[in-house]
Design a protein around this ligand. Sequence first.
Ligand SMILES: Nc1ncnc2c1ncn2[C@@H]1O[C@H](COP(=O)(O)OP(=O)(O)OP(=O)(O)O)[C@@H](O)[C@H]1O
Ligand SMILES: [Mg+2]
Length: 273
Amino acid sequence: MSTAIMTDHDDDRPTPIHLLPVSDGARRPLSLWVENLSVSFDGFKALDDVTLLLEKGELRCLIGPNGAGKTTLMDCITGKTRPTSGAVYLESRLNELTRLSEVEIAGLGIGRKFQRPTVFQGHTVFENCELALKGPKGVFRTLFARLDAAQKKRIEEILELIGLADHAQRPAGLLAHGQKQWLEIGMLLAQDPQVLLIDEPVAGMTHAEAERTAELLKSLAGQRTIVVVEHDMEFVRSIARNVTVLHEGRVLAEGPMAQVQKDPRVIEVYLGE
Ligand SMILES: Nc1ncnc2c1ncn2[C@@H]1O[C@H](COP(=O)(O)OP(=O)(O)OP(=O)(O)O)[C@@H](O)[C@H]1O
Ligand SMILES: [Mg+2]
């Protein structure tokens, strides 16, 4: 895929900046794109000139060895870490994210799931979604404010989608590990993000749980843009059309999984382990 963003010379009119020529000749709007992003920690380059273009509705896997910079990239997109140089855009060049706060970026529609589930253990599954839906107002105020019918329906739909409808009234602390991960994905969905960033969703899951997670993420793509970081290659193969391989802070390879896994450089630094 070309990384040229600005220009397209098919005709005289300039291509709208948020549209990118893609290889099959079609043009799909971009959802999120990272341009020439670098991050240094005391002189150590955790990210080095990374450019990443995500089309709307795409499900992209980000893979690479430990320390490659995958989590750092998510930290930069969500405003947790300030890049040294480069830019992150959402939907248009008018939304440049690297100067915004984490709360502002989340408010624009980027949701993130960390590796360890962070559900409210003592609250029910339903209440966890309710808290996520209503936003950060404090647990007690939030739970005493009544849900309207549309909000209630939305939570029920989410619970159905994540396979926890039958567990709605159980305390989240009693769920199995995989179920907690799904609940957290559901809590993200309650905030209705356009972009979902998910770090190592199947770590610690059983094979069956990982398969269900793959189905869930595939069902969400299309409507939302999803970036998944994962080391489990069977899982990556089962969900990803396109993968990006990071190595030592740089994009080493990018393209369809079938092609990338044959790339000798990728085999050498990662897949051959
Ligand atoms: N806040 C920080 N201060 C200093 N160094 C950092 C910081 N955050 C990350 N690093 C370093 O940056 C590099 C990239 O780390 P990162 O966590 O992004 O890797 P990763 O690809 O997510 O790896 P893993 O697969 O192990 O999760 C590592 O060498 C790490 O030690
Ligand atoms: Mg990481």
